[in-house]
Structures are given as structure tokens and as C-alpha cells.
Design a protein around this ligand. Structure first.
Ligand code: SF4
Ligand code: SF4
Length: 225
């Protein structure tokens, strides 16, 4: 059973004149640490998080310990050790830094969101109208601020399926069929540190992309906005 050393509390009251309340001392152990934040003066440890789920809301309770460590030589030494380790790893390379030829795992797992500018670029690239691109290739889902209009359709209703613009027959032979006109989301996707990479593809293999994506004839440019 946890006990509180009341004599220490009494001694503290005696030394400082400040009243103490035993019920305000949390003597439970620090377990299940989920977050540690360190700045130049303080260390904050979050722990013992518990979630109570209701049908319509979650109640999340956690405990937090904050300590001004920069006056504590042992703590300063320990954190200096963490900084030294970070310096040692500063030049570590991530496992993946470039896309292997024909990899397109990210063209299946993600839905590239599109802005008005993206749809305009795709329309220009495919020689179609804005409205036709929206109808044929975009699942509409406008963001609250109106910035995103939706995301690029997949070949089926499954959002984890291949992007409608992805060409090629198998991993290692895939390529983007609208590369120059691809959405900003795709342009910003970086292979550096990418965890979705298909490791089975040889990085030394040679692969030339084939013909670009062609819209169906009936969607050729009708009217331009
Ligand atoms: S390595 Fe990553 S970013 Fe590059 S194509 Fe593969 S999944 Fe996409
Ligand atoms: S537009 Fe091109 S790069 Fe973007 S998800 Fe589709 S196939 Fe991949």
C-alpha cells in the first residue's frame, strides 16, 4: 500500500510556513510513459494515459510531471548524454532515399487531394475541360476552407486501389500516366524515409515508362472554364 511521509510534509510546513495537504500528493508510480518533452529548462513527462470510451465521446485522462532540470547537475548530465547520442546519429541516412524504378506503392495507398490549380493543370495536360476532369477523375469532397476539391479517383471504389492515372502492369513496371500534370500532393510526396517502398524491386533494373494516360474519347475537351 502507498503511504505518504507525513513527517516530511509537516517539516516542509514548519520550514516554509506554507500549509500542506496530504491528499494533494500523488504517490502513484510513474508508469506507461507516452511522451517526453525537453526544452532548455524543463522536462515534461506524460504518463499513465487512460481512455474511457463513450458512444459519442472519449474521455482521456493522463498524468504529467514537469521538472525544472537545469539546476540539477545529474539531470543536465543525462540530457547532455541524449544530445551527444543525437549528434552521433545526425548523419544517419534513412533506409530509402530514392524511388526504385517502377515502384508506385504510394499511388495505391494514398488518395492525392486536389486543389483548383491541380484540376486546372490536369485539364490542360489531358486537353479536357475542368468540369470533365472533375466528373471523370475526381471524387468530390470539398474541404471546409474550399482549398481542396476532392481526391483523384481509384480504379475501383476501394480507396486503397490503384490511382486511375497509374499505368503499367505490375510493381517494377508502374509509372504515372499524367506525370507532368500530376497533383501537388504527388509532387510533394518524398521517397526520403518512405516506408511504403517495394523492396522487391531491384534498384539497378532499367525501366522506361510507356505511353501516357489517354482520356476516353468522349471526354476530350468540350468547353473551357
Ligand atoms: S519509394 Fe515510396 S515514394 Fe517512391 S514510388 Fe515507392 S512508395 Fe512512392
Ligand atoms: S497522379 Fe500519378 S503520381 Fe499521383 S497517385 Fe496517380 S499515378 Fe501516382
Amino acid at each position: 500500500m502507498e503511504t505518504i511521509d507525513l513527517t516530511r510534509l509537516r517539516a516542509y510546513t514548519k520550514e516554509t510556513g506554507q500549509p500542506t495537504h496530504p491528499e494533494m500528493l500523488d504517490t502513484r508510480p510513474m508508469e506507461h510513459v507516452t511522451k517526453i518533452e525537453i526544452d532548455e529548462e524543463h522536462i515534461t513527462v506524460e504518463f499513465d494515459e487512460r481512455t474511457t470510451r463513450y458512444y459519442n465521446a472519449n474521455e482521456i485522462v493522463k498524468r504529467e510531471w514537469v521538472y525544472k532540470y537545469n539546476d540539477d547537475a545529474a539531470f543536465v548530465r543525462a540530457i547532455a548524454g541524449v544530445i551527444d547520442l543525437a549528434r552521433k546519429h545526425l548523419k544517419d541516412m534513412p533506409e530509402n532515399i530514392a524511388c526504385p524504378p517502377g515502384c508506385a506503392e504510394c499511388c495505391s495507398g494514398y488518395e492525392p487531394f486536389v486543389t483548383k490549380a491541380d484540376v486546372e493543370r490536369l485539364a490542360e495536360h489531358l486537353d479536357m475541360s475542368f468540369a470533365d476532369v472533375m466528373r471523370e477523375y475526381i471524387i468530390e469532397r470539398r474541404s471546409a476552407d474550399g482549398y481542396h476539391l476532392g481526391w483523384v479517383r481509384k480504379v475501383t471504389e476501394d480507396v486503397a486501389d490503384r490511382c486511375v492515372f497509374l499505368k503499367g502492369t505490375k510493381s517494377g513496371r508502374f509509372y504515372c500516366g499524367v506525370y507532368e500534370g500530376r497533383p501537388g500532393d504527388c509532387r510533394e510526396f518524398s521517397p526520403i524515409g518512405c516506408e511504403d517502398v517495394d523492396d522487391m524491386i531491384s534498384r539497378r533494373s532499367k525501366f522506361e515508362p510507356g505511353t501516357p494516360f489517354q482520356p476516353k474519347k468522349r471526354t476530350a475537351r468540350r468547353s473551357r472554364r
